[in-house]
Design a protein around this ligand. Structure first.
Ligand code: DGL
Length: 280
């Protein structure tokens, strides 16, 4: 192991999302990588990405990436499904740091999980229209039938904290009944916000045996594998929990803190507001 290796692997991991949703991915990363340090950037001034054009999402993703690259990172994680769907290939070509999105890990996980080869995929309008998950799944397992569904009301519901009760159950039932009735045995939550609706989805369809797969969990596993195989894992360096993550947002840090605590299931102490240029 060389000195430069040692320094490089001590760098932070950069994570960005359109806003707070990527904290579900960060929560999994924290759990699986106790010695790593993270920069988390939530592009709260420009959320949601899920309703925007591919070109706009690419521009936003590029500006988030540039900010994190300037901070100095050893790995970039695009926690947002919409940004991973539209911008992953572009960003990978443009920077020298490895990039992991949430689409490939999620797609591989459903391929492993499904037995009857009928899979439901739910996400934002952008993610579903991009067919990003279909492309990866069909490439590996062309015999899997995919039932995609955009669920645009899920993001605002979760942001309002309405994850359980009568209204979320009704909305879940309205969106998901048609794909559940197709006989799927696996449902992929292809959006950062949806893990918070997992319990409601399970309860709404408890008489059906549908496995719910979460891109966040699978992405964390992929990150651990990559860091191990490239010898980029921080070693023997104890860091206190408070100093482990630095948070940045492009708007409303106080709101991010308030809602973010619910996503991360712990207190976020400090969030820095930053301004990042977009037209590049
Ligand atoms: N982070 C987005 C995603 O996973 C959801 C919120 C948004 O539309 O920006 O697709």
């Amino acid at each position: 192991m060389t000195n430069s290796n040692l320094q490089y692997r001590d760098l932070h991991i950069g994570v960005f999302d359109s806003g707070i949703g990527g904290l579900t991915v960060l929560a999994e990363l924290k759990k699986n990588l106790p010695n790593e340090k993270f920069y988390y950037l939530g592009d709260t001034a420009r959320v949601p990405y899920g309703t925007r054009s591919p070109e706009t999402v690419i521009r936003y993703a590029r500006s988030c990436t540039n900010f994190l690259i300037k901070k100095g990172i050893k790995l970039l994680i695009i926690a947002c499904n919409t940004a991973s769907s539209f911008a992953l290939d572009t960003i990978r070509k443009e920077i020298n740091v490895p990039v992991i999105g949430v689409v490939e890990p999620g797609a591989k996980a459903v391929i492993k999980k499904t037995k009857n080869k009928r899979v439901g995929i739910i996400g934002t309008e952008g993610t579903i229209s991009s067919q990003s998950y279909e492309k990866v799944i069909k490439n590996i397992a062309s015999d899997i039938r995919i039932f995609p569904k955009a669920c645009p009301l899920f993001v605002p519901l979760v942001e309002e904290g309405w994850t359980e009760g009568e209204i979320p159950s009704l909305v879940v039932s309205e969106y998901l009944t048609p794909i559940i009735e197709e006989g799927i045995d696996t449902l992929l939550l292809a959006c950062t916000h949806y893990p918070l609706l997992k319990r409601t989805i399970k309860n709404t369809f408890k008489e059906f045996s549908v496995e719910i797969v979460d891109s966040a969990e699978e992405t964390a596993v992929e990150v651990v594998n990559l860091l191990q195989s490239c010898n980029l894992m921080r070693k023997d360096i104890k860091i206190s929990n408070e100093n482990r993550i630095e948070y940045f947002v492009t708007d409303a840090p106080e709101k991010f803190k308030k809602i973010g605590n619910r996503f991360l299931k712990e207190n976020i102490e400090y969030v820095e507001w930053i301004d990042i240029p977009v037209n590049i």
